[in-house]
Ligand binder design. Sequence first.
Ligand SMILES: [Zn+2]
Length: 207
Amino acid sequence: MAKEIEQRFPYPVVVDNDVNAAAVGESWIGAATEQKSFVLMALGTGVGGAVVVDGALIHGHQGGEGDLSHLIIIPGGAACNCGQKGCLEQYASGTALNRHAREIASDWDSRRLVEASMLGDAQARKVIDRFVANLAVGLINVQRMLDPDLIVLGGGLIEARNSGWDALLQAVTVHTNLKLCLQPALLGNRAGIIGAARLAMLADKMQ
Ligand SMILES: [Zn+2]
């Protein structure tokens, strides 16, 4: 696609996905300016991932490196649209949280679930605890596999995290002795566009 566009415009063109661009943004002026190797996990409607090693985005053999959403965390679990069962995305995304909320009451959504949990509703608390535990297991697997200096967590769920951040750090310690360095993303929903600008700047320098 980049070559096609370059033939029509007198500028270098870079094409990448939104999470990779967000990782470049966080690396440039966000949460990961000090780290050469880090992972960005974006928790929104789905789960997105980007892997940066020694300052470079890793795109992988099938362009799937960093596609953390389809790590299997519950064998035989919920069916995923990738064809597997039990993928992280089915347990640690906004879509998953909405689904869990509807399992308690058909008119609940994730916001209502979180509110009920914070007000001490035992059933809601249990669902949130399970959500956080599943996310923690996903993060531990990422740390084990890639051993990054840092995992940056971004996306809509993190921006609305309220008291969930401390619960997540706590859940990680329940499941591992491994030291994880976790930081919330700093650039919010501007990370992608800032990173895209940075990618274009870097491409221009290479010309
Ligand atoms: Zn999947």
